[in-house]
Design a protein. Structure first.
Length: 94
């Protein structure tokens, strides 16, 4: 098990916590982890996004969830850019 696997496991547990403060802190930690690990986090995003989506529509988390998804999506797109040919993938900026 890699260090990133252990970090993601902890983040997922924090994202499932009932305490709103713990959830917000887990979102912030997810953003930091995404910025540090870049595309290495991509294989783990599906499991993390399941937990984030459960509270995404709650107004008190809306801004934090949106920011977290924006940070994560940047690294997913950057991972795909090297294999993207202009016009081939449907992404506007290719």
């Amino acid at each position: 098990m890699t260090l990133l696997d252990k970090i993601v496991r902890g983040l997922r547990q924090a994202l499932m916590d009932k305490d709103p403060g713990v959830f917000k802190a887990a979102l912030a930690a997810t953003r930091i982890t995404s910025n540090v690990t870049k595309e290495a986090l991509n294989p783990h995003l599906k499991a993390m996004l399941m937990q984030i989506s459960k509270r995404a529509l709650q107004s008190k988390f809306k801004d934090d969830v949106t920011l977290t998804l924006q940070v994560a999506s940047v690294h997913v797109l950057l991972c795909w850019l090297p294999v993207c040919r202009p016009g081939a993938c449907g992404i506007v900026f290719c």
